[in-house]
Design a protein around this ligand. Sequence first.
Ligand SMILES: [Zn+2]
Ligand SMILES: [Zn+2]
Length: 371
Amino acid sequence: MKHYKIATHLFLSAPFLASALLFSSCSKNEDLTSVSQNIEAPSRFDELSALFDDANTLETPKIVDCKLSGGTETQCFSITTGPAPANHKTGPYCPRTISDTAEQAGTWFVNEKLYDVDGKFIEQLGVIYNDNEWQMFDAATGKVTLAEGQLGCDVAGDPNSAPDYKNYCVECEVKYLDPNAGQTFVFPLEPVLTTGNPSRIGPHTGIGLAFNGVKLDAPAPLDLILGSHTLGLFDACVGHVNPTTGYHYHGLVGCEPNKTAGAANHSPLVAVAMDGFDIYAKLDDGEAGSLDECGGHVVGGLGYHYHVEAAGTNQFIGCFKAESGCTLDNSSATCDASVQERRGPRGRGPEGAGPGGPRPDGPRPDGPRPD
Ligand SMILES: [Zn+2]
Ligand SMILES: [Zn+2]
């Protein structure tokens, strides 16, 4: 209806006759609003590049050829981010003594809730987990037993050392990592739905990427961690560090940048999943019933997208609706997700790795880091 009004107005004035003819010829075929949207709508690549504008990127994002987990060959967005977030500080993780306050320590998951760790938490571990093998402090001095500094990163990065650090609170800080050592996240520009069942989430690929460039990692294998009596606590942002992945999240509590949703009364856009679908912040408890087994739904104007679960659940989303891409340790490697994630036996340690097992956050099928 709108373009008829424009045409009528223009016909009233002779000098605008030429323009009026242009408008009216175009309005015969297409609605003006759709024409202007076609011209102005950014490509998915431009859209993603803008969303990651404030990320700690080591290389400019690019479009690459990729092979997704289901074998589909397509084009992917490729972004390489450094080991530390650009928009917030990281740590603290382990308390130093059993009298430290919650402000001096980080967080952990206990019974699917986010637990604010303090010194008392370390003192009470045996009671909390009903397991008297926990003794992570010196009973005489109250000092917490730590693997910190470079040693902490070595332990976090070497699954074979985990048994030697039973009852250690292990922490790796980003300042001990090479600031130029990043990970490359490769996910499809347009999601390709899986045929049949949703695809499982690989431990190395992870879930997705927050707009500050921080990886949303696969669930931490809590049973194995607790069995090994070696803690790798999170900070207040529910992130922690290992040398392979750098700083990464195991929950979202608002430290990640928020983007506008594009729909009224909707939680903000916070990340992109490794299958190319968008990830939004957690829904209110009453609304979460509308989500499917993967944690996604369709809302008018937004298309299919996921919502993360509460931070204590150790899970962002349940599965991928579409074929996933790759997380690479080497930015020049090619993404072939159809062969990634061949999984070795799970071991023990701060993040579930152990003797003969995979790296702390899973196997590294794409080989060692070049440096
Ligand atoms: Zn982790
Ligand atoms: Zn939604």
